[in-house]
Design a protein around this ligand. Structure first.
Ligand SMILES: [Zn+2]
Length: 478
């Protein structure tokens, strides 16, 4: 049985699906105003690992991951951070509009980075979520939640026309992070400057009234023209897509507070009971000793990894070699070492004996079972990789070692099978990006854009074909 560290319970607990046989996971998704760096991407590996081990355990898994394409998220916390759990930002800054620049189209920018994000996830072997709702397309669900909170007396309209959540109306505040409401001081950590429109310093905006100068990312609603607060989008999309019982909610460690605390208060206040059974958080990534962040100047993108001739899946392997709750300290040396290990394992996998004898098949099944046990033990991927290193060093035949590695591939996601390994090496990052943009266009039924991207991909020397399993590419010149 899968066991995970539940931040609220402060213990490793058994995970059972509330609805038998069906695990429901909500993952805080990316904020799409710039490229996701490796630290952000590590956070998104967490729901992928959960899905892989749950599927292995024959559970149906639904993963919903929001796309934050409404650029408000820094206003109402004063702490900065985004859906991926990254840098601290400045109060009142609107990064989405800032990224669009004067006269730029904010949603067009958002679509570009969303496609790039999807391409990066594909390179890392992170499977697409079951659903990826966009904040900008979920406004009516948010408006509905805000109205229900107003009716129930959990929210009020402030002096500036914004709608605020009344923090003191939710007695369970602080259960995830341990930050009790009475200990939060105005101007101290929680909120850079107390907004005079609020009744209480720890209240937060559900809906922000827009200044007349704001022309993009604003919506007309029963409570005026404005845009949503950050936390409300996760409450609305979680309830909309998963219903009133969710087994696991994931996110980066810095989303514990205030994002998840505020989200939980809203969600439970609107439905009247506990919705999320388990909160699971991934630690920060360090790079060469410091937290990966723009301000530290050590941001590494997937394109940087590709540019150095390293396999993107080597990054995944480097992540798997550490526990998701430890602060992995990555370096170019450690990624290069993982790349060498990956090459050896792919070479072994290519020698796998497809027609295994019953004794060797039993050996492979035992190893798969041990790997699954490690995953079930709070995703102890480090133990899983150590075990496979032991197999590699054993005196078993290469054919057997390869068969074992291939059998573990569905849990590992390292692209050890030849087809994926080939794709991983050969498809350049810019083509992968175009493919991801085309997938987004097709999902939105934008057929002319899809055709245009097909031509652009062809111009880069690749032929794309649409199959039941999605897009497949091959070089246009054999
Ligand atoms: Zn969220």
């Amino acid at each position: 049985m899968l066991r995970l560290y539940d931040t609220r319970a402060r213990a490793v607990v058994p995970i059972t699906a509330g609805q038998p046989g069906h695990l429901k996971v909500y993952a805080c998704g990316p904020t799409v105003y710039r490229d996701a760096h490796l630290g952000n991407l590590r956070t998104f590996l967490l729901p992928d690992l959960i899905r892989r081990i749950a599927s292995h355990s024959r559970l149906q898994v639904t993963v919903v991951q929001n796309i934050t394409d409404v650029g408000h998220m820094l206003d109402d916390t004063g702490l900065g951070g985004d859906g991926a759990g990254s840098d601290a930002g400045q109060l009142g800054e609107d990064r989405m509009l800032q990224a669009a620049g004067e006269g730029g189209d904010a949603l067009r920018i958002a679509r570009h980075y969303e496609a790039q994000f999807r391409a990066d996830c594909d390179l890392l072997g992170i499977n697409a979520p079951t659903a990826s709702p966009r904040a900008s397309e979920s406004i009516s669900a948010m408006v509905d939640v805000v109205q229900r909170l107003l009716q129930a007396g959990h929210a009020y309209v402030g002096a500036d026309g914004s709608v605020f959540f009344d923090a003191r109306s939710f007695p369970g505040y602080g259960a995830i992070s341990g930050n009790r409401l009475e200990d939060l001081r105005p101007g101290h950590r929680f909120d850079g400057a107390t907004d005079p429109s609020k009744r209480f310093h720890a209240d937060w905006a559900l809906w922000k009234a827009a200044p007349a100068t704001r022309t993009q990312l604003v919506w007309d609603t029963p409570f005026g023209r404005g845009f949503p607060g950050w936390h409300i989008e996760c409450t609305a999309m979680l309830l909309d897509h998963l219903g009133e019982q969710v087994d696991i909610h994931t996110g980066g460690i810095d989303l514990r507070f205030p994002h998840h605390e505020d989200e939980r208060a809203q969600t439970e206040s609107v439905v009247g009971h506990e919705v999320v059974r388990h909160w699971v958080h991934a630690e920060h990534l360090l790079f060469e000793g410091r937290k990966m962040s723009k301000s530290a100047g050590n941001v590494v993108l997937m394109s940087d990894v590709v540019a150095r001739g390293l396999s993107p899946r080597a990054v995944r392997l480097a992540f798997l070699e550490q526990h998701y709750r430890s602060q992995v300290d990555l370096s170019w040396d450690s990624i290069a070492a993982a790349d060498r290990l990956l090459k050896r394992w792919r070479a072994l996998a290519s020698k796998a004996d497809a027609t295994m004898q019953s004794t060797t098949a039993a050996y492979a099944a035992d190893i798969v079972s041990a790997i699954a046990d490690a995953f079930c033990d709070d995703l102890d991927t480090a133990a899983a990789i150590r075990l496979l290193r032991t197999v590699e060093r054993s005196d078993a035949s290469d054919a057997l070692k390869g068969a074992v590695l291939l059998a573990c591939e569905p849990l590992l996601g390292l692209g050890l099978d030849r087809a994926e390994a080939a794709a991983d090496v050969q498809v350049p990052a810019d083509v992968a990006s175009l493919l991801a943009q085309r997938a987004v266009a097709r999902a939105a039924k934008q057929w002319s854009e899809s055709d245009r991207l097909r031509e652009e991909i062809l111009g880069s020397g690749w032929v794309v074909t649409d199959t039941a399993d999605g897009q497949q590419v091959s070089p246009s010149q054999p």
